[in-house]
Design a protein around this ligand. Structure first.
Ligand SMILES: [Zn+2]
Length: 576
């Protein structure tokens, strides 16, 4: 290796990024290259290492996330070349192309680029992860749009090319990313799958291996829909491709892994949270699609009835107290709280959140991520937040006594606190807080309202028709004939707009319990959930089931849908 001045390892020590002992410790880890060892030990970050290498080689270090590369420059290097060699074009000057690479000593690659592009090549450096991310960002959306997942799968089924894992990552020895020529169709397939899922408004993509096939499913409006099954031989290559995109370790197949993909597909920037889990038939992948459009919701978009909307929007304008939203995972609690924050987010209001994890970034809001491993728990973040003098706190979830008590303390010292709890209905939240160890008088004096919610699918507006539910169904839900007569029941016949499901989009159904003086009293005395529920209903609380039925009567959703979503509670549903 040509030495120009000092080694990057010396530069890191000289700069004080790491101590000489730490460097020796990393160098002693023989099974790993020194840079990987440093990262693994937590002594240096990939950026710091790359900056030191840049200095050693007299090259520029590029912050890829902070620059914008013009399309005219991107066009100079074809996508396949960029992906195969993990390079990004940066600029062109007097006939030369400046490219960003992660290995300053990859002379073969530089020669290859010089030959293929027929230009002089200059090199700048950035970490590999940042380059892969940039390739996905800049090239992600530009694949040929006429292709569909179906036609790709057909192609795979017709051809006898073996895409089994040994071949996919074979002929290596290099140990680097397995982007081989034979993988190109898989790259396109994975891109098309993601694109199709986004186009169909899916919230997540499931790729599950079975003995003889791979099942691909999209979750749309909360319901899983099965796609075609690619042959099992493609499984390994598909998973490897996704792992590469998510900057995960493709060699690690026995432990669960998480990753994140940022890409451009179907005309928008999307963020995917990827989780890979080993199962008996191979690695199962779930990709959660985080669509930024989801957070641009206002309270009006949530589907509140007029009365609930008035009460809820009045509540969130109070200066202090706790507002709890409850429901199982996927019931839209976070969306409701974000809608509330959007309503309250003004320059003169300071909002801080503690979330696990932070999924969407809200402009103007200070968001902290819970990291229990290093002791950054909800409770600890809340205590730190309070020193920053906020007006409003959002605590992602109350799971334990410490978090509950810290949140209550915050509300009693003049802060408005939003949080969520995992309970089926609103009255149970009171008992849950007491069960995890909060004193009843503290619950009574701090909580101002509890809202339980679920998401139900909306009838597709393009194919909906008037509909009379059969008499036994109406009887079963206890609907009086005179009310049923005035109702405007609708159902979707199924069309292309709704993927033949008859539903498109979702709305919330709500159960809003206000802590009135009577309910505070009962809470203080430790009254039962049933009694709390009875009192709340007497004072006008509409149950989830009732709110859903009101929406079904208006033709916004269907009785079937309300039954499907509230079936656990419907046994306790009122019959009047
Ligand atoms: Zn339709």
């Amino acid at each position: 290796m040509a030495k120009q001045g000092r080694e990057w390892t010396d530069i890191l020590v000289k700069r004080g990024v790491i101590g000489p002992d730490q460097m020796r410790e990393a160098q002693a880890m023989n099974h790993l290259p020194v840079e990987e060892a440093l990262v693994k030990l937590g002594y240096a970050g990939v950026d710091e290492i790359m900056k030191a290498k840049a200095e050693q080689h007299g090259m520029a270090f590029i912050e890829l996330r902070e620059i914008e590369i013009p399309p005219s420059v991107i066009e100079l290097v074809p996508e396949s070349l960029a992906r195969e060699n993990i390079v990004m074009p940066l600029s062109q000057e007097s006939g030369a192309i400046k490219v960003i690479m992660h290995d300053p000593n990859a002379f073969e690659t530089i020669d290859k680029l010089r030959f293929v592009l027929n230009r002089e090549i200059e090199v700048a450096l950035a970490p590999k992860e940042a380059i892969v991310e940039a390739i996905n960002r800049y090239y992600g959306g530009s694949s040929t749009e006429t292709e569909s997942v179906d036609s790709m799968l057909q192609e795979f089924t017709d051809t006898a090319i073996d895409f089994s894992e040994d071949v996919g990552s074979g002929k290596t020895g290099s140990g680097t990313i397995g982007l081989e020529e034979g993988d190109a169709p898989v790259i396109r397939l994975v891109h098309l799958i993601i694109q199709e899922a986004v186009n169909m408004r899916a919230s997540d993509i499931h790729i599950e291996p079975f003995a003889d096939r791979v099942r691909i499913r999209y979750r749309i409006d909360g319901v899983c829909m099965e796609r075609d099954s690619p042959p099992k031989r493609l499984h390994g290559s598909i998973v490897s491709r996704i792992k590469i995109m998510g900057s995960m370790d493709i060699a690690e197949k026995r432990r669960p892994q998480d990753g994140r993909i940022k890409m451009h597909a179907a005309g928008k920037d999307i963020d995917l949270r990827v989780s890979v889990l080993p199962t008996s038939h191979g690695q199962s992948v779930v990709m959660r699609i985080l669509d930024r459009e989801n957070i641009k919701v206002g309270l009006r978009d949530l589907g509140f009835g007029e009365e609930d909307w008035k009460r809820f929007s009045g509540m969130i304008k109070r200066p202090n107290g706790i507002l709890l939203v409850t429901g199982p995972t996927g019931s839209g609690k976070t969306t409701t709280l974000y809608a509330a924050l959007n309503e309250l987010n003004r320059p003169d209001v300071k909002i801080i959140t503690a979330e696990d994890p932070v999924e969407y970034y809200l402009p103007g809001v200070n968001q902290c991520e819970v990291r229990a491993k290093i002791g950054m728990t909800f409770a600890r973040i809340i205590r730190a937040m309070l020193r920053q003098n906020p007006n409003i706190l959002l605590v992602g979830e109350i799971r334990d006594e410490e978090t509950a008590n810290t949140a209550i303390q915050a509300s009693l010292t003049g802060h408005l606190v939003f949080s969520t709890l995992h309970t089926n209905d609103a009255p149970s939240a009171v008992t849950r807080l007491v069960d995890i160890g909060v004193q009843p008088f503290l619950v009574a004096s701090s909580v101002m309202a509890i809202m339980a919610q679920r998401l139900v699918r909306k009838v597709c507006p393009k194919c909906r028709v008037r509909y009379e539910p059969p008499a036994h169904v109406l009887q079963g839900i206890g609907l009086k004939p005179e009310i049923a007569k005035k109702a405007n029941f609708m159902k979707g016949k199924g069309c292309t707009h709704c993927n033949k499901s008859g539903y498109r989009g979702r709305m919330g159904i709500y159960e809003l319990l206000t802590m009135t003086s009577q309910i505070r009293d009962m809470t203080f005395k430790g009254d039962s959930t049933q009694n709390l529920r009875r009192m709340a209903r007497k004072q006008g609380m509409r149950t989830l089931f009732e709110d859903g039925m009101v929406k079904a009567l208006k033709g916004l959703t269907t009785i079937d849908e309300i039954m499907r979503i509230t079936q656990h509670d419907s046994a306790a549903a009122p019959t009047k």
